[in-house]
Ligand binder design. Structure first.
Ligand SMILES: Nc1nc2c(ncn2[C@@H]2O[C@H](COP(=O)(O)OP(=O)(O)OP(=O)(O)O)[C@@H](O)[C@H]2O)c(=O)[nH]1
Ligand SMILES: [Mg+2]
Length: 272
């Protein structure tokens, strides 16, 4: 396996190149993987700060097993800095410029570091939310999930029993298990070149899948903390969802003693 070239974002990816998209939580090791596999030297996020995060998609190309492979590294998700939705929109826009409205993708990777799970409830919740957003995004693109790889990193940071506990928690999450049921593979990535190469080789075993570009910006309307405007919009959406939930509960509670139709969508629920 030899590093051939780094392709800057302004250069189009040639049609016969196998493409691997690398997504995931901030600081999960995406750029480290891409650098390892392509011999590139993109900055890695050593201090968990915005300045060193990957700020925009970058592509690095190498030759693996006689095939030319382009790895598209992307911005990591993290609340307050970059929400998953905006990363997916950024990448869609980028790929449209690079390849056009449909993409033959060999693999879509989702990196998660073991540190992102079960340490603090809010960190775990955010990791779960990001994974949900990832699944929504893939469904909209029309993937069959067999080209999806869930890549777990940062194993050596923990005592042997702890990763097992964390991975079993992850296995139990709905998004993860539904992706695996639909054919996604889970990869255990060690922090070394050999492990990166093994991962790349197994990804190339499958034929590419065709993904179609979204006509409109991707938006899940999920609650998250982003910019002030995003926060206000999310809060309003959440408020409506809560009011609808209260209304539905009220309808369920009252319906046995109330004539059908007396509680409707035009009722304003003040307090329960
Ligand atoms: N312990 C350990 N550290 C790792 C591993 N992979 C990457 N790192 C370190 O994790 C930090 C973040 O790595 P990056 O490759 O920049 O992570 P990233 O996912 O590209 O981060 P963003 O671009 O900010 O989303 C760096 O300090 C790496 O050296 C791993 O498997 N184990
Ligand atoms: Mg990076």
């Amino acid at each position: 396996m030899t590093a051939v070239d780094d392709v800057r974002t302004s250069i189009k990816i040639p049609p016969d190149v196998r493409i691997i998209l690398v997504f995931g939580q901030e600081s999960a090791g995406k750029t480290t993987f891409v650098n390892n596999i392509t011999g590139s030297n993109y900055p890695i996020n050593d201090s968990f700060g915005d300045a060193v995060c990957t700020q925009e998609p970058t592509v690095a190309v190498t030759t693996i097993d006689g095939k030319t492979v382009a790895f598209a590294d992307t911005t990591g998700f993290w609340s307050g800095r970059r929400h998953a939705e905006s990363v997916f929109n950024q990448v869609s826009h980028f790929l449209e410029g690079q390849i056009g409205p449909t993409w033959d993708i060999t693999a879509v990777l989702y990196f998660y570091a073991l540190k992102d799970f079960t340490v603090f409830a809010d960190v775990t919740r955010e990791a779960e939310d990001n994974m949900k957003t990832f699944v929504d995004f893939l469904r909209k693109l029309g993937t069959d999930f067999e080209n999806v790889g869930l890549v777990i990193s940062h194993w050596e940071v923990y005592e042997p029993s702890e990763p097992i506990q964390r991975v079993s928690w992850l296995d139990g999450t709905r998004e993860c298990s539904s992706m695996i049921r639909r054919g996604a593979n889970v990869f255990h990535l060690e922090n070394n070149l050999e492990s990166c190469q093994q991962l790349a080789l197994s990804l190339l075993e499958r034929p590419p899948t065709e993904l179609k570009l979204l006509k409109e910006p991707f938006n899940t309307s999920r609650f998250y903390i982003g910019s002030e405007a995003e926060l206000v919009a999310s809060l309003l959406t959440k408020k409506t969802e809560l009011e609808n939930m209260k209304l539905a509960r009220l309808q369920r509670e009252i319906s046995p003693c109330c004539p059908r139709g007396t509680i409707g969508a035009d009722w304003r629920v003040i307090q329960i």
